[in-house]
Design a protein around this ligand. Structure first.
Ligand SMILES: [Fe+2]
Length: 347
């Protein structure tokens, strides 16, 4: 099979059609069509690299043929043939996507030059297309690799968070599953307050490791039955700062710092470690403060029973504005988020 580039000449007049064929036949694979209908049919049977079309033909004018070719074979270059009287139409054809035009009577060199230029443009377009396709392929492979790497990282992060939660809960047996419940309640409250999905997820993660600093506190103090001495209480109060130091070195846990550091602040400014108040306490921490307290009240301790839902509600009401952010407490007081006992029963 010939590797020559294919050229189709469409002209109802035999003389110009044949003279163009004679000029091009040695260098290119040239076919001719005696009219627009035949030409378009030949193109549909086998595409051409370049088509030479006469502007004035019976049945269908050259501009219509050009538009038809550009619709079905957008990569094929088209050169118009025109008499001087139709020069304006030829210029119009260029606006419709023709590569150039040849003015009758044409000389051999003009034909060769215009056709060669048209084919060069087609080759460079084809090269660009191949290059673009290769780049798109490479981009989609990279995108897949990035997606895979991202989901591996997410899996790794989730695994690390789970391991941390287990560590905290194992260290302080009275808080068994406490972290998970605080996380669930915090995310429900955040959702009810209209936080975006990503923020809810961040608050849930942060809440689940809010007590991570307890890893650095003496177990005997953590597990002590009954009231703590002043110095023991001072020791316990270090856990938010210890927690912050632990997660500071882990980039994907950095978002949890506000919750870890401030989950023992009080709305009225009498909490620890910094004694900040009101909206200076990050909202994520204000949410976890309420969820943490509610879950602690609803869980039994060796020295007391779990509080009833009524008692929890009255504590929330009494301490809204002092210990708790009133807007956050209201999400539970209004019943928009139900109170759940540690075994998941709605109270
Ligand atoms: Fe804590």
């Amino acid at each position: 099979m010939s590797n020559k580039e294919k050229i189709l000449v469409i002209d109802d007049e035999m003389a110009p059609r044949e003279s163009i064929r004679m000029v091009l036949k040695d260098k290119y694979a040239v076919s001719t069509a005696p009219g627009p209908i035949e030409g378009l049919r030949m193109l549909s049977e086998g595409p051409a690299d370049l088509v030479v079309v006469d502007i004035k033909m019976p049945r269908m004018d050259g501009i219509t043929v050009l538009q038809e070719i550009k619709k079905t074979h957008p990569d094929t270059e088209v050169v118009m043939l025109t008499a001087y009287a139709s020069l304006e139409t030829a210029r119009d054809a260029i606006r419709h996507g023709a590569f150039d035009y040849l003015l009758k009577p044409f000389d051999k060199d003009d034909i060769l030059t215009v056709v060669e230029k048209g084919l060069a443009k087609r080759r460079s377009n084809a090269d660009l297309k191949t290059e673009r396709d290769t780049l798109l392929d490479r981009a989609s492979t990279l995108e897949k690799q990035i997606d895979e790497a991202r989901s591996n990282i997410v899996m790794c992060c989730e695994g690390t968070v789970s391991a941390l939660i287990l560590t905290i809960d194992a260290k302080d047996r009275y808080t068994y599953n406490h972290s998970k419940r605080v996380a669930e309640l915090s995310s429900a409250i955040a959702g009810e307050l209209g936080a975006p999905k990503k923020t809810i997820k961040e608050i849930e993660h942060a809440a689940s490791i809010h007590d991570i600093g307890k890893i650095g506190i003496d177990e005997n103090i953590l597990r002590k039955n009954g009231h703590l001495t002043n110095s023991e209480y001072e020791e316990i109060k270090k856990h938010p700062a210890i927690g912050m130091r632990i997660v500071q070195s882990v980039p994907f846990l950095e978002d949890a710092i506000p919750v870890i550091l401030y989950h023992h602040e009080r709305y009225d400014g009498t909490g620890y470690p910094e004694g900040i108040s009101g909206e200076r306490i990050p909202l994520s921490a204000r949410i976890v403060i309420v969820a943490d307290a509610v879950d602690a009240m609803m869980s039994a301790r060796p020295y007391r029973n779990a509080l009833t839902a009524e008692k929890v509600m009255s504590e929330l009401r009494d301490n809204a504005g002092t210990q708790f952010d009133p807007d956050v407490s209201d999400v539970l007081l209004s019943g928009r988020v139900p109170l759940l006992s540690p075994d998941g029963v709605i109270q």
